[in-house]
Design a protein around this ligand. Structure first.
Ligand code: PGA
Length: 257
């Protein structure tokens, strides 16, 4: 069975003081869980990354950022590079989140450049795809997801596919409390895996981690994570409290028991 990967996307929440509290609480609760089958990642805002990096040393927690720019360095006011993230211990970066696509006009082409840059620095990109409600209702979910996958993975080698994570996040399920049913989500996950198999090979597709994201909480996590092709969760709202985040991690560990 593929490893489950649970990542908490803090979005624009928690100042540095709140970060210290939350990371310490998560660490404490994580201690009681046998989690060698489950990777747990926290993705705080940029301003909290350095302090979080120090706090998680010696724990099982891993660190991710929520965005980065694709250039090495230079006159790009307000941006953060992959090298900067690497230098503070970030092993992951969320790229192409639907909020980046919606509010900051990120395109598949731009996300593809960022993915390549992250990989250059050995940072694992968590690449987000997913349809809007309108797209789902008009029956084009798979077309939309296929276009996104082909666009964001364009030019990547087979070896690079082993170093990425895909997060399927239906836009209508993000922050709405309306999660996709486990079956609905799994159907799209299987579609993504099949597409990656067509573009690369079955062995690469079989190893690919595909997370589900969109209103994951401690109540629905087990059912979602028990599906054949759901290999983890990208958690927003429920990751802002240590208890609910760790209960989701707990649901993932239960699957192996
Ligand atoms: P949510 O967010 O869990 O609050 O729906 C998920 C995400 O945006 O990654």
């Amino acid at each position: 069975m593929r490893k489950k990967v649970i990542a908490g996307n803090w979005k624009m929440n928690k100042d540095i003081h709140e970060t210290v509290t939350l990371v310490n609480e998560i660490k404490e609760r994580l201690n009681g869980l046998s989690n060698n089958k489950v990777d747990v990642i926290i993705c705080p805002p940029f301003t909290s990354l350095v302090i979080a990096s120090g706090l998680i040393k010696g724990s099982a927690l891993k660190l991710g950022a929520q965005n980065m720019y694709y250039k090495d360095e230079g006159a790009y006011t307000g941006e953060i590079s992959a090298r900067m993230l690497k230098s503070i211990g970030c092993e992951y970066v969320i790229l192409g989140h639907s909020e980046r696509r919606q509010y900051f006009s990120e395109t598949n082409e731009l996300i593809n450049l960022k993915v390549k840059q992250a990989l250059l620095y050995n940072i694992i990109p968590i690449i987000c795809v997913g349809e809007t409600l309108e797209e789902r209702e008009s029956g084009v979910t798979k077309d939309i997801v296929a276009t996104q996958i082909k666009g964001v993975l364009s030019g990547l080698t087979k070896a690079q596919i082993d170093k990425i994570i895909i997060a399927y996040e239906p836009v209508w399920a993000i922050g709405t409390g309306k999660n996709a049913t486990p079956e609905q989500a799994n159907e799209v996950h299987q579609f993504i895996r099949k597409l990656v198999a067509q573009l690369y090979s079955w062995d690469v597709a079989e190893r690919l981690t595909i997370q589900y994201g969109g209103s994951v909480n401690p109540q629905n996590a087990y059912d979602l994570l028990s599906q054949s092709d759901i290999d983890g969760a990208l958690v927003g709202g429920a990751c802002l409290k240590a208890e609910s985040f760790i209960n989701i991690v707990g649901a993932a560990t239960q699957i192996y028991n």
